[in-house]
Design a protein around this ligand. Structure first.
Ligand SMILES: Cc1ncc(COP(=O)(O)O)c(C=O)c1O
Length: 442
């Protein structure tokens, strides 16, 4: 059976974007869409913000880009100060890049350089988890645990030690929702011991798993145990906050909420909110102290002046308008609104997440938590139905085992109004229900 509408098979039928303002986008045919997911959790202050656009134009009028080996700039220095203040603690160093994959790639290379500088050249291996997404460059793809997206590249990827996903809705064998954090942390320790701590460079994970799992927060206590284990064996802890960071989950750093500071951290999407491409690998004083030179990572456009100016303008708005605080305060309300809108829909197995990073998971059976058959392509159908209903949300397939499973992620702009949040939730529930009805599933 192939229920995939032809519009889902390629990008030929996508609407053509024309303009956007705040939480609304408009295509060239005049159709309006509300941005329920900030695209892929990017547009955190809405679209076409005049203050950000003016800052970008002003920077362009002075100079677009001062190459990093020739110049520093006000924009770069100001953004670095903002990030240091927002991170707190010892995360005082950064390499700027143009997106999440490059940020992760830099995190991995910083870890390798740290150990090389300390004379521990045997520490070359990375440990990562299944049901994780770290990006599309070869290194980032290697540490990712997303079968469907990796299949074509198998054989050319780094040999990464892979752990189970950590998810209290789907606890791994031998654990319960209450113990999964501890059992998963023990799995990390066992993997380090089995491979030999002297061979492990770093453990990388998403503190709230995004597309690969559907807004899965680390179980209580997990991140602290991971920190202890990493410290015990000299393994660096890398927090991939490309999707969940920069305020998306109600703290500026995601692991802030868990009371943990990683050694190295990636951020991207929300940093410049999609106005220009920008990401960063941020690292601690400890990591920086190991090499007494600029790290060997980064690219021609590292620290691109206008991208940094966009980041500064976005982050000033996020701070001034207390948007991270707004996200934290509204988390429960958003979850309750979604739960109410899905009341009585048997196929909704779980609603979870942190801050404005919330997912609904679809299941064929609430008791067994069995997913719907992957051939139904429910996630893709929901994406298409939502577009027809004038909603942008972020449905993804494969959260259960890399192929099966359907989730719908909501990641609204931090400054969406209460009425806009209500419209996003209504249209999400309507779109999911329409697709379930079309497949006679509810
Ligand atoms: C957690 C995480 N890391 C890395 C990436 C890669 O980022 P980009 O697509 O900007 O290269 C993503 C993208 O979705 C992500 O969600």
């Amino acid at each position: 059976m192939n229920n995939t509408p032809s519009a889902l098979k390629n990008t030929d039928h996508l609407p053509k974007i024309s303009w956007a303002k705040g939480s609304y986008l408009h295509d060239v045919d005049g159709k309006q869409y509300i941005d329920g997911s900030g695209g892929p959790a990017v547009y955190c202050i809405g679209h076409s913000n005049t203050e950000v656009n003016d800052a970008i134009k002003a920077q362009l009028d002075r100079i677009a880009h001062g190459y990093r080996y020739n110049f520093t700039s006000d924009a770069l220095e100001e953004l670095s100060d903002i990030i240091r203040t927002r991170c707190g603690g010892t995360l005082n160093h950064m390499v700027y890049v143009t997106g999440g994959s490059e940020a992760v790639e830099s995190c991995l290379k910083l870890a390798l350089q740290y150990h090389a500088a300390r004379g521990e050249m045997s520490r070359r291996k990375f440990i990562a988890r299944e049901r994780s997404w770290h990006g599309n460059t070869l290194g980032a793809l290697s540490v990712s645990g997303f079968l469907e997206r990796k299949a074509a590249f198998v054989g050319s990827l780094l040999d990464v030690i892979r752990l189970s996903p950590t998810n209290d809705y789907r606890p791994i064998a031998g654990s319960t929702a209450e113990t999964v954090g501890e059992v998963s942390a023990k799995e990390l320790e066992d993997a380090i011991l089995e491979a030999g701590a002297e061979n492990i460079a770093a453990f990388i994970f998403e503190p709230v798993v995004g597309a690969a799992g559907g807004c899965v927060p680390a179980p209580a206590g997990y991140a602290k145990r991971v920190r202890e284990i990493c410290d015990r064996y000299g393994v660096l802890m890398i927090s991939d906050e490309v999707m969940c960071g920069a305020g998306r989950t109600g703290t500026w750093r995601t692991l802030e909420k868990d009371g943990v500071e990683p050694d190295i951290m990636s951020i991207a999407k929300g940093l410049a909110a999609g106005y220009l491409p920008l990401g960063a690998a941020i690292y601690s004083d400890k990591v920086s102290a190991a090499f007494n030179h600029i790290p060997q990572t980064g690219h021609t456009f590292t620290g691109h002046t206008t991208c940094c100016a966009a980041g500064v303008a976005v982050q000033k708005i996020v701070t001034r308008e207390k948007l991270v605080e707004r996200v934290a305060a509204n988390e429960q309300k958003l979850k309750s609104m979604l739960a109410d809108a899905f009341h009585g829909v048997e196929a909704i197995g779980d609603i979870r997440g942190r801050g404005y990073f919330i997912a609904a998971e679809l299941v064929a059976n609430r008791q067994t938590k069995a997913p719907f058959p992957a051939e139904l392509k429910l996630a893709l159908n929901i994406r298409q139905q939502a577009l027809e209903n004038g909603l942008i949300c972020y449905p993804v397939g494969g959260n259960v085992d890399g192929v099966n499973g359907d989730i719908v992620i909501l990641a609204p702009p931090y400054n969406a109004s209460d009425a806009e949040l209500a419209e996003i939730v209504d249209k999400t529930a309507k779109s999911v229900k329409q697709v379930l009805a079309r497949f006679n599933l509810g």
